[in-house]
Ligand binder design. Structure first.
Ligand SMILES: [Zn+2]
Length: 153
């Protein structure tokens, strides 16, 4: 988590000032704007008076989160931008745990890759499954009685 120095963005930390700041500096989703808790209370008050609703939590302005600072010191009247690194590189482990495994059915007699009922697969599907086995992707292999070995029973 990277933190930038406190920044002065204008005489008042209003919704309009924050919106302009986000646009001017092209902040993006992974960045969080922190304010002193008393400034955040002021913002909540302005929000309530403007929209007749409570400030949502988390408060997202132009898809950037605005928050009251608790652990990081922000002087009153200033904001600090924090990099959240919310989109880390997706590891293979994450990928595997988030996707269903390739189900492969093999003939129990000759090992041929077949359909779940032992029938012949379309060439493209068969090649994809063979590729999945070769590359050790998440594969669940089940043995079935293949069309290829009708005489075995
Ligand atoms: Zn077979």
């Amino acid at each position: 988590m990277e933190t930038y120095p406190p920044i002065y963005i204008g005489p008042a930390l209003t919704i309009a000032a924050l919106r302009n700041y986000i646009i001017d500096t092209a902040l993006v989703e992974d960045q969080l704007v922190l304010m002193h808790p008393s400034d955040y209370d002021e913002l909540a008050l302005e929000y309530r008076e403007t929209y007749n609703e409570h400030l949502p939590a988390p408060y997202m302005l132009l898809s950037v989160e605005i928050g009251a600072s608790e652990k990081i010191w922000v002087p009153p009247g200033r904001v600090r931008v924090v990099e959240q690194n919310r989109s880390p590189h997706v590891t293979k482990q994450d990928y595997l745990s988030n996707s269903s495994p390739e189900e492969v059915y093999r003939c129990g007699y000759c090992g041929n890759v077949v359909d779940y009922d032992g029938a012949q697969l379309d060439t493209g599907v068969r090649q994809r499954k063979i590729y999945a086995i070769q590359t050790n992707d998440a594969v669940v292999v089940t043995e079935v009685h293949g069309y290829c070995c009708p005489q075995e029973s």
